[in-house]
Design a protein around this ligand. Structure first.
Ligand SMILES: [Zn+2]
Length: 123
């Protein structure tokens, strides 16, 4: 597979067409706005940790990983109101068809949960 981000295409954009579904789904625009906010939040975060994406290619990989992990979202068992939050694994390990997700809720609780890689899917 050719590299997506190049000097001639530093954003890594490729031809795509969302015109069939995006106009009817306001969440498409909301997702774009949330991703834009995420970029700026990452830029504001600690510049010395090096833990955030450092390149456009790493950013694109992180976003793709986030999107792919959404079916493995889990609720925090320690927060009674957590059913309204989407806790996507912050880290995923995959071995022998099993995904171990590492989670962090909005109240700072951490946990892990295991899933069959083949079980959840949205499409
Ligand atoms: Zn919690």
């Amino acid at each position: 597979m050719p590299r997506r981000v190049t000097k001639a295409n530093p954003a890594g954009v490729r031809p795509y067409d969302h015109t069939l579904f995006a106009p009817a789904i306001r969440e498409h625009q909301a997702a774009a706005e949330a991703l834009n906010e995420l970029i700026f939040a990452m830029r504001r975060s600690d510049e010395h940790t090096g833990a955030k994406p450092q390149t456009q290619a790493e950013w694109l990989t992180a976003v793709a990983d986030l999107a792919a992990a959404i079916p493995y979202a889990d609720s925090c068992q320690r927060c009674p109101d957590d059913k309204t939050w989407l806790n996507v694994p912050l880290r995923a390990e995959i071995e022998n068809g099993w995904l171990t997700g590492h989670y962090l809720c909005h109240n700072g609780h951490r946990w892990t949960c295991g899933w069959s890689v083949s079980s959840p899917a949205y499409w």
